[in-house]
Design a protein around this ligand. Structure first.
Ligand SMILES: [Zn+2]
Length: 314
Protein backbone atom coordinates (compact mmCIF):
# COMPACT_ATOMS: atom_id res chain seq x y z
CA UNK A 1 0.00 0.00 0.00
CA UNK A 2 1.39 3.39 -0.89
CA UNK A 3 2.63 5.36 2.10
CA UNK A 4 0.90 8.50 0.99
CA UNK A 5 -2.46 6.94 0.49
CA UNK A 6 -5.37 9.16 1.30
CA UNK A 7 -8.99 8.31 1.10
CA UNK A 8 -11.87 10.50 1.97
CA UNK A 9 -15.35 9.12 1.93
CA UNK A 10 -18.37 11.29 2.19
CA UNK A 11 -22.00 10.58 1.73
CA UNK A 12 -23.70 13.45 0.02
CA UNK A 13 -27.41 13.21 0.40
CA UNK A 14 -30.05 14.21 -2.10
CA UNK A 15 -29.04 17.17 -4.23
CA UNK A 16 -25.34 16.97 -3.63
CA UNK A 17 -24.12 20.51 -3.87
CA UNK A 18 -21.53 20.17 -1.14
CA UNK A 19 -17.91 20.67 -2.04
CA UNK A 20 -15.58 17.79 -2.86
CA UNK A 21 -14.29 16.60 0.48
CA UNK A 22 -11.15 18.11 1.87
CA UNK A 23 -8.06 16.01 1.66
CA UNK A 24 -7.00 16.93 5.12
CA UNK A 25 -9.80 14.97 6.63
CA UNK A 26 -8.66 11.82 8.34
CA UNK A 27 -9.81 8.51 6.98
CA UNK A 28 -13.11 7.78 8.69
CA UNK A 29 -12.53 5.03 11.21
CA UNK A 30 -13.39 1.87 9.34
CA UNK A 31 -16.13 -0.10 10.97
CA UNK A 32 -14.29 -3.28 10.10
CA UNK A 33 -13.35 -4.06 13.70
CA UNK A 34 -16.93 -4.17 14.84
CA UNK A 35 -18.02 -5.88 11.66
CA UNK A 36 -15.29 -8.46 11.97
CA UNK A 37 -16.25 -9.25 15.51
CA UNK A 38 -19.84 -9.61 14.41
CA UNK A 39 -18.79 -11.74 11.46
CA UNK A 40 -16.72 -14.03 13.65
CA UNK A 41 -19.52 -14.31 16.17
CA UNK A 42 -21.98 -15.11 13.44
CA UNK A 43 -19.69 -17.63 11.82
CA UNK A 44 -19.03 -19.47 15.01
CA UNK A 45 -22.68 -19.52 16.01
CA UNK A 46 -23.60 -20.81 12.57
CA UNK A 47 -21.03 -23.53 13.00
CA UNK A 48 -22.41 -24.41 16.40
CA UNK A 49 -25.86 -24.74 14.90
CA UNK A 50 -24.72 -26.84 12.03
CA UNK A 51 -21.81 -28.78 13.43
CA UNK A 52 -18.47 -28.83 11.71
CA UNK A 53 -18.01 -26.65 8.62
CA UNK A 54 -18.70 -28.32 5.30
CA UNK A 55 -15.84 -26.64 3.57
CA UNK A 56 -12.32 -27.94 3.81
CA UNK A 57 -11.05 -24.37 3.77
CA UNK A 58 -11.89 -22.26 6.81
CA UNK A 59 -13.58 -18.92 6.20
CA UNK A 60 -11.05 -16.15 5.73
CA UNK A 61 -10.24 -14.23 8.90
CA UNK A 62 -9.96 -10.56 8.11
CA UNK A 63 -7.13 -8.58 9.58
CA UNK A 64 -8.62 -5.83 11.74
CA UNK A 65 -6.23 -3.24 10.31
CA UNK A 66 -6.81 -4.04 6.68
CA UNK A 67 -9.57 -2.72 4.51
CA UNK A 68 -10.90 -6.19 3.84
CA UNK A 69 -8.48 -6.73 0.99
CA UNK A 70 -7.62 -10.15 2.30
CA UNK A 71 -11.14 -11.44 1.72
CA UNK A 72 -11.17 -10.52 -1.93
CA UNK A 73 -8.65 -11.96 -4.29
CA UNK A 74 -9.10 -15.39 -5.68
CA UNK A 75 -11.56 -16.45 -3.05
CA UNK A 76 -13.66 -17.94 -5.81
CA UNK A 77 -17.39 -18.32 -5.58
CA UNK A 78 -18.47 -18.78 -2.00
CA UNK A 79 -19.37 -22.21 -0.77
CA UNK A 80 -22.98 -22.58 -1.75
CA UNK A 81 -23.89 -24.19 1.50
CA UNK A 82 -22.38 -21.88 4.07
CA UNK A 83 -25.15 -19.34 4.35
CA UNK A 84 -28.11 -21.61 4.03
CA UNK A 85 -29.27 -23.11 7.26
CA UNK A 86 -31.36 -25.80 5.60
CA UNK A 87 -33.32 -26.89 8.65
CA UNK A 88 -34.50 -23.40 9.52
CA UNK A 89 -35.41 -22.42 5.99
CA UNK A 90 -37.22 -25.68 5.36
CA UNK A 91 -39.35 -25.31 8.44
CA UNK A 92 -40.22 -21.68 7.74
CA UNK A 93 -41.07 -22.16 4.12
CA UNK A 94 -43.01 -25.38 4.44
CA UNK A 95 -45.20 -23.92 7.18
CA UNK A 96 -46.06 -20.76 5.28
CA UNK A 97 -45.75 -21.82 1.67
CA UNK A 98 -48.78 -21.73 -0.54
CA UNK A 99 -47.13 -23.97 -3.13
CA UNK A 100 -48.72 -27.33 -3.82
CA UNK A 101 -46.96 -30.42 -2.57
CA UNK A 102 -45.53 -31.41 -5.95
CA UNK A 103 -43.57 -28.14 -6.19
CA UNK A 104 -42.76 -27.88 -2.49
CA UNK A 105 -39.11 -27.02 -2.07
CA UNK A 106 -36.81 -29.94 -1.45
CA UNK A 107 -33.90 -29.37 0.86
CA UNK A 108 -30.67 -31.24 0.85
CA UNK A 109 -30.15 -33.99 3.36
CA UNK A 110 -26.91 -34.03 5.29
CA UNK A 111 -25.68 -36.75 2.93
CA UNK A 112 -26.47 -34.57 -0.08
CA UNK A 113 -24.82 -31.58 1.56
CA UNK A 114 -21.56 -33.53 1.59
CA UNK A 115 -21.73 -33.33 -2.19
CA UNK A 116 -21.65 -29.51 -2.11
CA UNK A 117 -18.26 -28.61 -3.55
CA UNK A 118 -15.62 -27.31 -1.20
CA UNK A 119 -13.38 -24.34 -1.96
CA UNK A 120 -10.58 -26.70 -2.94
CA UNK A 121 -12.84 -28.59 -5.33
CA UNK A 122 -14.16 -25.33 -6.80
CA UNK A 123 -10.62 -24.17 -7.50
CA UNK A 124 -10.14 -27.27 -9.69
CA UNK A 125 -13.39 -26.79 -11.62
CA UNK A 126 -13.57 -25.77 -15.25
CA UNK A 127 -15.42 -22.50 -16.01
CA UNK A 128 -18.43 -24.55 -17.17
CA UNK A 129 -18.47 -26.58 -13.97
CA UNK A 130 -18.33 -23.36 -11.92
CA UNK A 131 -21.30 -21.93 -13.83
CA UNK A 132 -23.21 -25.13 -13.19
CA UNK A 133 -22.39 -25.04 -9.44
CA UNK A 134 -23.47 -21.38 -9.27
CA UNK A 135 -26.73 -22.22 -11.05
CA UNK A 136 -27.40 -24.99 -8.53
CA UNK A 137 -26.81 -22.51 -5.71
CA UNK A 138 -29.22 -20.09 -7.39
CA UNK A 139 -31.94 -22.76 -7.40
CA UNK A 140 -31.50 -23.04 -3.64
CA UNK A 141 -31.81 -19.27 -3.31
CA UNK A 142 -35.00 -19.28 -5.39
CA UNK A 143 -36.51 -21.98 -3.19
CA UNK A 144 -35.49 -20.06 -0.06
CA UNK A 145 -37.33 -16.93 -1.18
CA UNK A 146 -40.45 -19.01 -1.80
CA UNK A 147 -40.11 -19.56 -5.53
CA UNK A 148 -40.26 -22.68 -7.65
CA UNK A 149 -37.18 -22.91 -9.88
CA UNK A 150 -39.08 -25.36 -12.11
CA UNK A 151 -41.73 -22.72 -12.90
CA UNK A 152 -41.62 -21.90 -16.62
CA UNK A 153 -40.51 -18.28 -16.21
CA UNK A 154 -37.66 -19.29 -13.92
CA UNK A 155 -36.39 -22.35 -15.76
CA UNK A 156 -33.40 -20.60 -17.28
CA UNK A 157 -32.95 -18.03 -14.52
CA UNK A 158 -30.30 -19.92 -12.51
CA UNK A 159 -28.09 -20.34 -15.57
CA UNK A 160 -28.61 -16.73 -16.68
CA UNK A 161 -27.84 -15.46 -13.20
CA UNK A 162 -24.72 -17.61 -12.94
CA UNK A 163 -23.43 -16.32 -16.28
CA UNK A 164 -24.25 -12.72 -15.38
CA UNK A 165 -22.51 -12.93 -12.00
CA UNK A 166 -19.56 -14.63 -13.62
CA UNK A 167 -19.29 -11.78 -16.13
CA UNK A 168 -19.66 -9.13 -13.43
CA UNK A 169 -16.82 -10.64 -11.41
CA UNK A 170 -14.36 -11.54 -14.16
CA UNK A 171 -11.86 -8.91 -13.00
CA UNK A 172 -10.27 -11.30 -10.49
CA UNK A 173 -6.77 -12.36 -11.26
CA UNK A 174 -6.12 -9.82 -14.01
CA UNK A 175 -2.82 -8.02 -13.61
CA UNK A 176 -2.34 -4.34 -14.43
CA UNK A 177 0.07 -5.34 -17.23
CA UNK A 178 -2.56 -7.61 -18.78
CA UNK A 179 -5.17 -4.86 -18.67
CA UNK A 180 -2.86 -2.18 -20.07
CA UNK A 181 -1.57 -4.51 -22.83
CA UNK A 182 1.58 -2.50 -23.40
CA UNK A 183 -0.28 0.73 -24.23
CA UNK A 184 2.30 2.82 -22.35
CA UNK A 185 4.37 5.23 -24.41
CA UNK A 186 7.43 7.37 -23.77
CA UNK A 187 6.40 11.00 -24.05
CA UNK A 188 7.96 14.19 -22.79
CA UNK A 189 4.73 15.60 -21.40
CA UNK A 190 4.56 16.78 -17.81
CA UNK A 191 1.18 18.53 -17.69
CA UNK A 192 -1.88 17.12 -16.03
CA UNK A 193 -3.97 14.61 -17.99
CA UNK A 194 -7.57 14.25 -16.84
CA UNK A 195 -10.15 11.68 -17.94
CA UNK A 196 -13.50 12.35 -16.38
CA UNK A 197 -16.96 10.76 -16.31
CA UNK A 198 -15.81 7.18 -16.85
CA UNK A 199 -18.86 4.98 -16.27
CA UNK A 200 -18.42 2.45 -13.51
CA UNK A 201 -20.64 -0.45 -12.43
CA UNK A 202 -19.66 -2.76 -9.60
CA UNK A 203 -21.12 -5.00 -6.90
CA UNK A 204 -20.83 -4.11 -3.25
CA UNK A 205 -19.29 -6.98 -1.39
CA UNK A 206 -21.57 -6.53 1.61
CA UNK A 207 -24.85 -7.14 -0.24
CA UNK A 208 -23.76 -8.23 -3.72
CA UNK A 209 -25.97 -5.44 -5.04
CA UNK A 210 -24.84 -3.00 -7.70
CA UNK A 211 -23.33 0.40 -7.20
CA UNK A 212 -22.97 2.58 -10.24
CA UNK A 213 -21.60 5.99 -11.05
CA UNK A 214 -18.61 7.79 -12.50
CA UNK A 215 -14.87 7.87 -12.07
CA UNK A 216 -12.59 10.85 -12.69
CA UNK A 217 -8.89 10.18 -13.08
CA UNK A 218 -6.01 12.63 -13.33
CA UNK A 219 -2.28 12.06 -13.55
CA UNK A 220 0.90 13.98 -14.23
CA UNK A 221 3.21 11.99 -16.53
CA UNK A 222 6.83 11.49 -15.65
CA UNK A 223 8.21 10.44 -19.03
CA UNK A 224 5.43 7.95 -19.85
CA UNK A 225 1.79 8.28 -20.85
CA UNK A 226 -0.91 5.61 -21.00
CA UNK A 227 -3.46 5.01 -23.76
CA UNK A 228 -6.57 6.85 -22.56
CA UNK A 229 -8.90 3.91 -23.19
CA UNK A 230 -6.70 1.82 -20.91
CA UNK A 231 -7.66 4.03 -17.98
CA UNK A 232 -11.26 2.97 -18.53
CA UNK A 233 -10.07 -0.65 -18.83
CA UNK A 234 -8.27 -0.34 -15.48
CA UNK A 235 -11.47 1.03 -13.91
CA UNK A 236 -13.62 -1.83 -15.21
CA UNK A 237 -11.13 -4.56 -14.34
CA UNK A 238 -11.25 -3.52 -10.68
CA UNK A 239 -14.99 -2.82 -10.79
CA UNK A 240 -15.72 -6.35 -11.99
CA UNK A 241 -15.13 -7.88 -8.58
CA UNK A 242 -16.99 -7.76 -5.30
CA UNK A 243 -15.93 -4.36 -4.07
CA UNK A 244 -16.20 -1.54 -1.61
CA UNK A 245 -15.98 1.87 -3.23
CA UNK A 246 -13.08 2.94 -1.02
CA UNK A 247 -10.89 0.04 -2.14
CA UNK A 248 -11.91 0.43 -5.79
CA UNK A 249 -10.73 4.05 -5.65
CA UNK A 250 -7.35 3.13 -4.18
CA UNK A 251 -6.84 0.24 -6.59
CA UNK A 252 -7.40 2.48 -9.62
CA UNK A 253 -4.87 5.01 -8.29
CA UNK A 254 -2.30 2.32 -7.47
CA UNK A 255 -2.74 0.63 -10.86
CA UNK A 256 -1.93 3.91 -12.62
CA UNK A 257 1.15 4.33 -10.44
CA UNK A 258 2.20 0.80 -11.38
CA UNK A 259 1.50 1.32 -15.09
CA UNK A 260 3.25 4.65 -15.75
CA UNK A 261 5.09 5.66 -12.54
CA UNK A 262 3.68 9.19 -12.88
CA UNK A 263 4.61 12.25 -10.83
CA UNK A 264 1.16 12.06 -9.28
CA UNK A 265 -2.29 10.51 -9.56
CA UNK A 266 -5.74 11.55 -8.35
CA UNK A 267 -8.91 9.47 -8.54
CA UNK A 268 -12.44 10.47 -7.56
CA UNK A 269 -15.28 7.95 -7.60
CA UNK A 270 -18.91 9.01 -7.22
CA UNK A 271 -21.48 6.23 -6.98
CA UNK A 272 -25.04 5.44 -5.91
CA UNK A 273 -25.36 2.17 -4.02
CA UNK A 274 -28.51 0.13 -4.57
CA UNK A 275 -28.10 -1.44 -1.14
CA UNK A 276 -28.74 2.06 0.23
CA UNK A 277 -31.39 3.02 -2.31
CA UNK A 278 -33.47 -0.19 -2.31
CA UNK A 279 -33.13 -1.28 1.30
CA UNK A 280 -31.68 -0.14 4.59
CA UNK A 281 -31.69 3.63 4.88
CA UNK A 282 -33.40 4.00 1.46
CA UNK A 283 -31.88 7.34 0.57
CA UNK A 284 -32.90 7.80 -3.02
CA UNK A 285 -30.53 10.14 -4.82
CA UNK A 286 -27.72 9.83 -2.33
CA UNK A 287 -24.25 9.36 -3.71
CA UNK A 288 -20.98 8.38 -2.12
CA UNK A 289 -17.79 10.21 -3.02
CA UNK A 290 -14.34 8.73 -2.48
CA UNK A 291 -10.96 10.02 -3.54
CA UNK A 292 -7.37 8.78 -3.58
CA UNK A 293 -4.34 10.94 -4.31
CA UNK A 294 -0.72 9.97 -4.84
CA UNK A 295 2.52 11.86 -5.37
CA UNK A 296 2.28 15.52 -6.36
CA UNK A 297 -1.51 15.53 -5.95
CA UNK A 298 -0.95 14.60 -2.35
CA UNK A 299 1.89 17.03 -1.75
CA UNK A 300 0.80 20.08 -3.69
CA UNK A 301 -2.44 21.88 -2.82
CA UNK A 302 -2.47 23.78 -6.12
CA UNK A 303 -2.12 20.60 -8.20
CA UNK A 304 -4.98 19.05 -6.28
CA UNK A 305 -7.08 22.19 -6.66
CA UNK A 306 -6.45 22.22 -10.41
CA UNK A 307 -7.61 18.62 -10.68
CA UNK A 308 -10.80 19.25 -8.74
CA UNK A 309 -11.57 22.35 -10.80
CA UNK A 310 -11.01 20.35 -14.01
CA UNK A 311 -13.36 17.55 -13.03
CA UNK A 312 -15.89 20.13 -11.93
CA UNK A 313 -17.57 20.20 -8.58
CA UNK A 314 -20.60 18.18 -9.61
ZN1 LIG B 1 -23.90 -2.79 0.08
Amino acid sequence: MAPNELITANVLLASSTAAIPSHDQPIPPPSTKKANKKRRRKTSSQQRRRGPPLSATPPPVVDDDSTDISVLPDAGPPDASTDTPPGVAAAEISSSSSMSSEVAPKFATSEELKLVPTCVEISKMSPEEKISAMADACKTILRCVGEDPEREGLLKTPLRWAKALSFLTDGYGKTVAEVVEGAVFNEDHDEMVVVRDIDVNSLCEHHMLPFTGRVHVGYIPNGKIIGLSKIARIVSSFARRLQVQERLTKQIADALVEAVQPAGVAVVVECAHLCMVMRGVQKVGSSTLTSAVRGSFREDDRTRAEFFSLIGNK
